[in-house]
Design a protein around this ligand. Structure first.
Ligand SMILES: [Zn+2]
Length: 324
């Protein structure tokens, strides 16, 4: 045999050898579990397009949170679904809003969990957009005032991390200033820095009941065709004081994740979005794919691409699989 070629298979010869040289490891510490909290009583309603994902009311929330702790999951991302929506999303920044109540309850009953509050208006506005509308368009600076109010009310209620997802220009700067002035300088901001206007959000809008009633979000979320724009967005958020950068969605944007990771030195968060979840679930329920293997492979690919942390609806399943 020629000695000219390399013997790469030497390092793949056994399970232990492969474990020894494995470059990327997925752990339960990496996971953030997103949850939809709804007003009302005794609600645990499965989202039709997201099998295994539920909207829960406050009386079922503590049990859900205890399950996360038992599984070793350390953090939860909260989305709220109010009974009443209005033009200006006032339930987003009401001190007795559903997310504020949920935060207080978790901090009291399951204090060890890290609570992350999604800061946006779209679940709370009657039109389903992420800000205030005038003449058919979302108003940037006027909306920012409401996002700042929302963030402060979430911090007051006990949020450990504020995660603004609204994609208005200047949202990190204004929220940072607002939190600092309100006495919350110690609360980090996990910015949805790079958020594309993606079709992969479809099932989430069922779950959060936040489908825009007119138009789309393309004037504030990013064009999926753009890479350099993602770096400009991330740079702005770093300059404005973001402590974490989220790339959303994850699976079709692994190239972006790698660039963000290489360029910035804060923790990078992959948001494994609803459509990415539902595609795997649907195929698995049909027996077309091996759910466990597919999910572990896809989350590992996000870490390999540079994610330090992954927001995923698969978190509970993954925690179980990793402990087997
Ligand atoms: Zn929004």
């Amino acid at each position: 045999m020629s000695k000219e070629f390399k013997r790469h298979r030497r390092l793949r010869s056994s399970t232990n050898m492969r474990a020894l040289v494995r470059e990327t490891k997925l752990t339960t510490d990496d996971l953030i579990y997103p949850i939809f909290v709804v007003e009302g009583n005794t609600v645990k309603k499965e989202v039709p397009s997201m099998p295994g994902v539920f909207q829960v009311s406050l009386d079922n929330l503590t049990e859900e949170m205890n399950e996360l702790v038992r599984l070793g999951i350390r953090s939860v991302l909260l989305f709220g679904i109010p009974k009443e929506k209005d033009e200006v999303g006032s339930q987003a920044y009401c001190s007795t809003g559903i997310v504020q109540e949920a935060l207080r309850q978790i901090k009291k009953e399951v204090p060890e969990l890290i609570t992350i509050a999604d800061t946006c208006l779209c679940e709370y506005t009657s039109h389903g957009h992420c800000g205030v509308i005038h003449d058919g368009d979302v108003q940037n600076d006027e909306s920012l005032k409401l996002h700042v109010k929302t963030a402060i009310s979430q911090a007051e209620a006990g949020a450990d991390i504020i995660a603004p997802s609204n994609m208005m220009d200047g949202f990190v700067a204004e929220i940072r200033k607002g939190l600092d002035e309100a006495g919350y300088a110690h609360i980090p901001i996990m910015s949805y820095a790079v958020k594309y206007a993606s079709a992969f959000y479809g099932p989430f809008r069922d779950a959060a009941e936040s489908t825009p009633q007119f138009g789309d979000r393309k004037t504030y979320q990013m064009d999926p065709s753009n890479r350099r724009e993602a770096l400009r967005e991330a740079q702005s958020d770093i300059d404005e004081g973001a402590d974490f950068l989220i790339v959303k969605p994850a699976l079709s944007y692994l190239d972006i994740m790698r660039e963000v990771k290489d360029r910035f030195d804060v923790p990078v968060v992959a948001y494994n979005v609803s459509g990415e979840y539902s595609m795997v679930k649907a195929a698995a329920l049909n027996g077309w794919v091996d759910e466990k293997q597919i999910v572990l492979e896809k989350l590992t690919s996000m870490k390999r691409a540079g994610a330090d942390i992954i927001v995923t609806y698969h978190a509970k399943d993954v925690a179980k699989w990793l402990s087997e």
